[in-house]
Design a binder for this molecule. Structure first.
Ligand SMILES: [Zn+2]
Length: 452
């Protein structure tokens, strides 16, 4: 039976909607610890998820037993019928244009054409570049994956796509004069083995940062002006703002941006987009419901312009779906996710941002933190920071964290540089999703700075 016949058969039995997403994954994962291969995993996996909407109830069944897919579809229908009996809240899927297409994202060098040996040599080379007498340990993580997806729904959509991705991380620990510090950098994107080249550029960045950390002082605390580097700007737009712009959080009362469309939520100088068509680690041609990817201008000159929406959250809000549905793999249903989240560059130079700071902080790169999209609050830790006095960077600082209200902070952005950079990451929201985020360097006129 074709996938199309299967989903149509479910609708003939009374379902409002049915889709199936078939996936095949080829993944290589390598970990090099202090120059030795600690993990080497190569896996192939296939499976599919069937989703059925019956009345107001969803039934979703994922299986790796593709020969029993029709059985999975029947179970999904039974589950949807069952769920419908409990559900009081009305739901639906907003309309999208049915499409038939094949889209293979390009890889100059395909991962399957590169031996394990060669991948290990690349990692060993990076490790050798990181060696210093003050570097105590260095871990290199490498992962490449190719996913082939086929999405068929009861409305006539048939999307086939292939997405290759590569990511590398280096985590370096240094020790000097009794101080032990750690710095890390990641790189990668959507494409082939050629993307590994980016890792070489990160070696000096991570070593310089570690060097500064080893000689760093503890940070002052209080309300201070703070400059975020590109990486922290990216973390800010993703974590503090982007999650609050996710349609499912908006419709479930868990977002500080609910009912604010069209309102000013930031200064006029701030524009934030989430764009799966931008070349990044979070790029894709169609989302996991078969909706064509397009840029979402979330904030346009300070005004809240759009949310990130899958078909269900779009239905609930009376808006158009914009390609926001992503699933970690075939075992789980797609939920609203970000892709490549970016703040638009401005027209200033870093020196001009610094000139405006009498006494403040220049914070670089992130090492975690926490946010509450519902309350609209954030707290981020910088990997390293620098004290700025009378417009000059005077000394490195460690253990710097800063916190505040997201929307209040977006209104306090008084300087934005003219160049942007992006970083890679894995966003966790019950499921993991590859994402990029980034932007220019940004001066916040006042934020709460504290030690950790
Ligand atoms: Zn996230």
């Amino acid at each position: 039976m074709t996938l199309k016949k299967m989903v149509d058969g479910i609708v003939e039995q009374g379902a409002r909607f049915c889709d199936v997403r078939k996936e095949r994954w080829d993944v290589n994962h390598l970990v090099l610890k202090d120059g030795n291969v600690e993990q080497m995993v190569s896996g192939e996996e296939e499976g599919a998820m069937v989703r059925v909407l019956y009345g107001n109830g969803w039934g979703c069944v994922g299986t790796s037993a593709l020969e029993r897919l029709e059985d999975a579809a029947r179970r999904a229908l039974a589950m949807a019928k069952q769920n419908h009996t409990f559900k009081e809240e009305k739901t639906g899927v907003a309309t999208i244009n049915p499409v038939t297409c094949k889209e293979y994202m390009p890889a100059k060098i395909r991962f399957e054409d590169v031996s394990f040996q060669e991948k290990v040599s690349f990692m060993k080379e990076i490790h050798n570049f990181l060696e210093r007498d003050w570097v105590k340990s260095a871990d290199i993580i490498y992962r490449d994956s190719v996913v082939k997806k086929e999405i068929v729904n009861s409305e006539g959509t048939h999307v086939m796509m292939e997405i290759p991705r590569l990511v590398t991380y280096m985590v370096v620990t240094g020790k000097e004069n009794g101080s032990i510090q750690q710095a890390s950098e990641g790189g990668g994107g959507t494409g082939g083995y050629e993307l590994r080249e980016g890792a070489y550029e990160k070696v000096d960045t991570v070593l310089d940062r570690l060097r500064d950390l080893l000689g760093a002082d503890t940070a002052p605390s209080g309300r201070l002006p703070l400059i975020m580097d590109h990486h922290l700007t990216g973390v800010f737009v993703h974590e503090a703002f982007g999650h609050a712009a996710e349609g499912d959080l908006v419709t479930s009362g868990n977002s500080c941006l609910a009912r604010k469309l069209g309102e000013m939520v930031a200064g006029e100088n701030v524009t934030i987009t989430d764009d799966p068509t931008f070349p990044g680690y979070g790029s894709f041609p169609y989302d996991d419901e078969g909706t064509k990817a397009r840029p979402r201008i979330l904030v346009d000159g300070g005004k809240l312009n759009d949310y990130i929406l899958d078909r269900e959250s779009a239905w609930k809000l009376g808006l158009e779906p914009n390609g926001g549905a992503r699933a970690e793999d075939f075992r789980v249903k797609p939920i609203v996710r970000m892709s490549n989240t970016l703040m638009k560059a401005g027209d200033m130079k870093l020196e001009e941002l610094l000139e405006d700071v009498h006494r403040g902080i220049y914070a670089r790169s992130s090492s975690g933190g926490q946010v509450s999209p519902a309350q609209g609050t954030f707290q981020f830790n910088a990997q390293v920071a620098y004290l700025v006095e009378k417009g000059e960077i005077t000394k490195p600082l460690r253990d710097v964290s800063f916190s505040g209200f997201t929307l209040d902070t977006l209104r306090k952005i008084t300087g934005i540089t003219d160049e942007m950079k992006t970083g890679v990451g894995h966003c966790g929201k019950g499921q993991s999703a590859p994402v990029s985020d980034g932007g220019p360097q940004v001066l916040i006129s006042e934020v709460t700075v504290g030690g950790r």
